[in-house]
Write a protein that binds this ligand. Structure first.
Ligand code: UD1
Length: 416
C-alpha cells in the first residue's frame, strides 16, 4: 500500500499546469462506445478511474492504445453489451456506459456502479429518464438490464440537475432518430465538454451549459481528436494549498470562470487572486481570515468536490467557518482524520463548524475518499512536522503524479 510522506510547513511557490479534467474524461470515454471510429484523446493523465474505464471499454471489444500521453480508443469493434461486477464496481462512472450501450447495441447488462463512499448515490434519475426515452429497464441480482424501445416522451425534465444523469441521457439521445430535450439539465463545465466532444464526432447538441439541452439525433458518430478541459477541482485544490501554506502560485492553464465560487471565498480569506496572460495567480496573506460560510451547490455554485479542502483551510483561518454540504448526504467522513492533525471541527448531518487554530501538527492519517484524501494532503502540507497519508489509492482516482506536482512547487512530499 502506498502512502504520502509529508514534511509540512513549506509554502507552495511557482508555476504549474493542470491536467485534463477527470470528470470530463470519464463520460467522454463512455461516449467512445457511441463512436464507430478512432478517437484520440490528448494529454490524458493516468488517473486510476481513467484506467478502470479503459478496462471496461476493452472488455466491451474496443481497442485501446496509449502513445505517450495520447489515449486512442477505437470503438468500431465493440460487440459486447455486458459489464460485470468486478469491472463496474471500482468506479462510479461505469454507469455512464448504460446510455451509450443502449444507443449503439440496443441492449445492455451493467452491474451497479461503485465509487467513493460519500453517502447513498442513487441512479434513479438515470434509469427513469432512459425509461421515458423508451428503454425497458429491469434491476435484478445487482445488474441493470436494458433494452432499447420506442420513446413515449422526448422531453426529459430532471427533478434534480444531476451531472451523471444529464450526461447519460445526452449520450443515449445522440443516436436517436428524433429530437430530445433535457430540461433542468446540469450546467457543469464537464457537460459542455462532453457535448463539444460529441459534436466533434458528428452529433448535434445545443444548449449545453444552460439548463435546457437539445439533442438532434444522428445516424452515427465518427472519430476525432480531442483535448479535455483543465481540471477545475485540481485547480481549486492547488489554490487552496497555496493559501494554506502562505504560498504564491501561478496556474498556467486555469480557466478562472470555472472557479469563480472558490475564488470569491479565497478572497474573503485575504488572498490576492488575479489572471493575466501567464495564468491565474494567487498570493496568500500573512494571516488567513475565515471565509465565513460556504454552501455546496450545483454549478455555478460552490463545488462539493472542493468542500473537504475548504474544511482543511478553515482549520487554520482566524475565526469560525460554517460549511453546508447540500449535494451529498455524508461527505464528512474525512473529518475524524483532520482532528488527528489538530483541527477543531464539529459536524452534524450536513453542517460542519470549524474554529480556526494557529497551527496544525503532523500525524499519521488515512484517506477515506478522493477529495477527503486531498484535504488531508493539504492539511499535512500546512502542518508543523511530519504527516503520513495512507490509503492514497483513493486520491489517485482523480489526481495524477500529485507528489511530483507539489514537489515542483516546493513542497516536501514523497510517495512511498
Ligand atoms: C458528478 C461528479 C462528482 C461530483 C458530482 C456533483 C463525475 C464522474 N463525478 O458525480 O465528482 O461530486 O457530479 O458535482 O462527473 N442523484 C440522485 N439520483 C440520480 C443521480 C443523482 O438522487 O439518479 C443525487 C446524488 O445522490 C447526489 C446528487 O444527486 O446527491 C448529485 O449527483 P450527480 O450530480 O448525479 O453527481 P455524479 O454524476 O454522481
Amino acid at each position: 500500500m502506498s502512502q504520502f510522506f509529508i514534511n509540512g510547513g513549506r509554502p507552495l511557490h511557482g508555476e504549474v499546469v493542470l491536467d485534463c479534467a477527470k470528470n470530463s474524461l470519464l463520460p467522454i470515454l463512455a461516449a467512445c462506445i457511441l463512436v464507430e471510429g478512432r478517437v484520440e484523446l490528448k494529454r490524458v493523465p493516468k488517473y486510476s478511474d481513467v484506467l478502470a474505464m479503459c478496462n471496461i471499454l476493452e472488455n466491451l471489444g474496443a481497442k485501446i492504445c496509449w502513445q505517450g500521453s495520447s489515449l486512442f480508443v477505437d470503438g468500431s469493434t465493440i460487440d459486447k453489451a455486458a459489464i460485470c461486477h468486478e469491472l463496474a464496481c471500482p468506479v462510479r462512472s461505469s454507469i455512464f456506459t448504460l446510455g451509450p450501450l443502449l444507443a449503439r447495441l440496443g441492449k445492455a447488462k451493467v452491474a451497479y456502479p461503485g465509487g467513493c463512499d460519500i453517502g447513498l448515490r442513487p441512479i434513479d434519475l438515470h434509469l427513469s429518464s432512459l425509461r421515458q426515452l423508451g428503454c425497458k429497464i429491469i434491476e435484478k441480482n445487482g445488474y441493470i438490464y436494458g433494452e432499447k424501445g420506442s420513446a413515449t416522451d422526448q422531453s426529459i425534465m430532471l427533478k434534480f440537475a444531476s451531472v451523471g444523469a444529464t450526461e447519460n441521457i445526452m449520450m443515449f439521445a445522440t443516436l436517436l432518430p428524433e429530437q430530445t430535450k433535457i430540461v433542468n439539465a446540469a450546467k457543469e463545465p464537464e457537460i459542455v465538454d462532453l457535448a463539444c466532444f460529441l459534436n466533434r464526432c458528428g452529433a448535434t447538441i445545443t444548449g449545453a451549459g444552460t439548463d435546457q439541452i437539445t439533442i438532434n439525433g444522428v445516424k452515427s458518430l465518427h472519430g476525432c481528436q480531442f483535448l479535455a478541459i483543465p481540471d477545475r477541482i485540481e485547480c481549486g485544490t492547488l489554490l487552496i494549498g497555496a493559501a494554506m501554506t502562505g504560498g504564491q502560485i501561478c496556474i498556467k492553464n486555469a480557466i478562472e470562470k470555472h472557479n469563480e465560487a472558490l475564488i470569491e471565498k479565497l478572497k474573503n480569506c485575504g488572498c490576492k487572486i488575479f489572471s493575466d496572460q501567464k495564468g491565474l495567480h494567487l498570493s496568500s496573506p500573512k494571516c488567513l481570515q475565515s471565509y465565513g460560510e460556504i454552501e455546496t451547490a450545483v454549478y455555478p455554485g460552490f463545488p462539493t468536490d472542493l468542500q473537504p479542502q475548504m474544511v482543511a483551510l478553515a482549520c487554520i483561518c482566524k475565526g469560525c467557518s460554517l460549511i453546508f454540504e447540500n449535494v451529498f448526504e455524508s461527505r464528512f467522513n474525512y473529518v475524524g482524520e483532520l482532528l488527528k492533525l489538530g483541527g477543531d471541527v464539529k459536524f452534524k448531518q450536513s453542517v460542519c463548524i470549524v474554529r480556526g487554530r494557529e497551527k496544525l501538527y503532523g500525524a499519521d492519517v488515512s484517506a477515506t475518499d478522493l477529495r477527503g484524501g486531498a484535504a488531508l494532503v493539504l492539511a499535512g502540507l500546512a502542518s508543523e512536522g511530519y504527516t503520513t497519508v495512507s490509503k492514497i489509492q483513493f486520491i489517485e482516482r482523480g489526481y495524477f503524479n500529485l507528489a511530483q506536482k507539489l514537489t515542483s512547487l516546493g513542497a516536501d512530499i514523497k510517495r512511498l
